[in-house]
Design a protein around this ligand. Structure first.
Ligand code: F6R
Length: 600
């Protein structure tokens, strides 16, 4: 969601660097793009709706510049068009912005009274005008930024270009991610260090309410009082930065297939020496209960963890959507560990929830995929999933990595509080050691997933149902399908259908289900028969030998509770993928969605 790149150099053309940076940020999701750069002492601005490649084509190939800012916009205030695209320019100030200015209407009114007028519908143009207003008032950048920070409510990472100060860029940060990459004779600002890894792996991270002056050979970082800060210069060593699709048509399919390795890689260090290595995981016995928070797919991983913690270790576990967490009574205390789950480590709602818990000094644990992301710094303890770079917007390998890591956390807690025997733990470890063997047939059985996709891709409504753990997996299955195929799909607890939803079942409505709990399977099957009687077409994933000619039954391997989520979700991912593929949607970048959701 929205990407920022800025670069200053004394001897290099920064235009290809800005364009490459924007291309590297494309995966975050956007709908327009723009650039502003200095040429012959004049700021040139180009903008376009649509792709970065379209923006690139608008640029004059022979142009050369040493300083500039660029942006990919994911529309929040106003349509995705040229006028609303960034950069915005008001009098002497040009900016790009990631985030949301919540009180922009009030500021706009104030500025109108000062004779400012606005061309776009964006909050960013208002922020730009406010900066210009303060700059004219104070004629001092420190005072301008201080006034801006105290006036503006919301989140922002803003890159500022000022007409009479064209050797420098200024950067202000609150809540939206921002790093300043440092290299010889060039400094590059970006929303994500991975976007500029080609040029440097050394970078500063700005904290909220800090700002920086960035020139070609210097970075000066200050706090909101204008005091110069001595910030740590970080180094990132990413070995696995393979961002190519290889021979796959889509990143999503590549990432689904990578689960052969990523699940094991995530938990390897915790199981390689059997029970001994599980002890490396945090001791949860000092807590009375657990709260887990996440959004979207990560939230669905939270639900799996809740099931496992409660079922296996008898530890009470509350799960919240991060966007709701802040606005309700969460009954937290120092005896509750709050776990935050996130692929990107940058999701605004999850970070806001984390900050709330931290503000009370309660303990926090993060399960994060992207190293050095904002959340990884904020939590007391961070456990990394090792899914590698996930480019497709729809999360697949990050989810199974989260589930695997949470599973070993449950196992280690179960051992510590003696709710699970060593023998059982060793058996599960053995299954994880063989995970590749267990999932490869599911990954390779493309014929069956393609044939289900062929049966359902023209449908308008699809239902996923299950009980217990299978219900939580249905939620993830339905999300995967709807987000990339744009087919309306909903998950329901199987027993809940007849309390309302069954009225939506008509002839040929596909109902997809999994039944992997011997105590609940017959009940789920009864619910499936109820929808069958109303004309539904049933697809059932099942790990016992249940037979029914009225259903399409797909057998999945039998495994422990800890492995079942992985064995159900891989088929659901592949059904979603092949369905979207038949529909011809933009699978890796579904419409309206962003990979990294950095606004509330
Ligand atoms: C769905 C998906 C999203 C993310 C959600 C949280 O496939 O990817 O629902 O799971 O936006 O993102 P992270 O995990 O980065 O916090």
């Amino acid at each position: 969601m929205c990407g920022i790149v800025g670069a200053v150099s004394c001897d290099r053309n920064i235009l290809p660097i800005l364009i490459t940076g924007l291309k590297n940020l494309e995966y975050r999701g956007y709908d327009s793009a723009g650039i502003a750069y200095l040429k012959n002492n004049k700021i040139n601005i180009f903008k376009t709706s649509g792709k970065v490649s379209k923006l690139e084509n608008k640029l004059n190939k022979s142009d050369y510049s040493n300083i500039g800012i660029a942006h990919t916009r994911w529309a929040t205030h106003g349509k995705a068009n040229n006028v609303n695209a960034h950069p915005h320019r008001v009098n002497h100030v040009t900016i790009v912005h990631n985030g949301i200015i919540e009180n922009y209407e009030e500021i706009k009114e104030m500025l109108r009274e000062e004779n400012y007028s606005f061309k776009s519908s964006t909050d960013t143009e208002v922020a730009c005008a406010l900066l210009n207003y303060y700059l004219e008032k104070f004629n001092d950048i420190d005072k301008t930024i201080k006034a801006f920070i105290s006036k503006v409510i919301g989140s922002y990472a803003i890159l500022i270009f000022i007409d009479n100060d064209l050797d420098n860029l200024y950067v202000i940060k609150k809540e939206s991610p921002l790093v300043i990459g440092v290299s010889n004779n060039i400094n590059i600002i970006s929303s994500d260090i991975r976007a500029i890894l080609k040029y440097t792996n050394k970078y500063y991270i700005l904290d909220d309410f800090e700002y920086a002056k960035v020139s070609s050979n210097e970075v000066i970082i200050k706090n909101s009082n204008g005091d110069v800060l001595n910030k740590e210069l970080h180094t990132i060593n990413i070995k696995d930065n393979d961002n190519s699709k290889g021979h796959y048509k889509h990143f999503m399919l590549k990432e689904i297939m990578e689960q052969k390795d990523t699940i094991y890689k995530t938990i390897e260090s915790y199981i390689k020496d059997g029970i001994t290595s599980l002890k490396a995981l945090p001791d949860l016995t000092k807590y009375k209960d657990i709260t887990i928070v996440g959004c979207g797919t990560a939230y669905h991983a939270c639900l799996v963890a809740k099931y496992l913690f409660e079922e296996v270790t008898n530890m009470r576990c509350n799960v919240y959507l991060a966007s709701e967490f802040r606005y309700q009574n969460n009954f937290l205390s120092k005896d509750t560990l709050t776990i935050f789950i996130s692929q990107s480590g940058e999701t605004a709602d999850t970070i806001a929830a984390l900050k709330l818990v931290k503000s009370k000094n309660y303990p926090t644990l993060g399960i994060v995929n992207v190293e050095n992301s904002t959340m990884s710094y904020l939590v007391d303890t961070c456990l990394y999933t090792k899914a590698g770079c996930e480019i497709a917007v729809a999360s697949t390998k990050a989810y199974t990595a989260q589930v695997a890591l949470l599973s070993v956390l449950v196992l280690s807690h179960g051992l510590r509080n003696k709710s699970i025997s060593k023998e059982k733990v060793l058996k599960v470890i053995d299954e994880f050691n063989n995970i590749e063997k267990l999932i490869t047939p599911l990954l390779n059985n493309r014929k069956i997933w393609k044939s289900i996709a062929k049966n359902i891709y023209k449908e308008e409504d699809i239902f996923y149902i299950g009980r217990g753990l299978d219900y939580y997996l249905s939620m993830e299955g339905a999300l995967k399908l709807k987000e990339i195929s744009y087919i309306h799909s909903e998950a329901y607890a199987a027993g809940e259908l007849k309390h309302g939803t069954i009225s939506l079942i008509k002839k040929n409505t596909p109902v997809i289900s999994s039944a992997t709990n011997p105590n609940l399977n017959l009940k789920t099957i009864s619910n499936l028969k109820e929808v069958l009687a109303r004309g539904a077409i049933i697809y059932l994933l099942c790990d016992d030998n249940y037979k029914d000619d009225n259903f399409t039954i797909i057998n999945i391997p039998k495994a422990s509770l800890f492995i079942k989520p992985i064995l159900v979700i891989i088929p659901y991912q592949l059904i979603a993928y092949y369905t979207a593929n038949l529909k011809g949607t933009d699978i890796d970048k579904p419409k309206n969605l962003a990979k990294s959701v950095t606004v509330e």
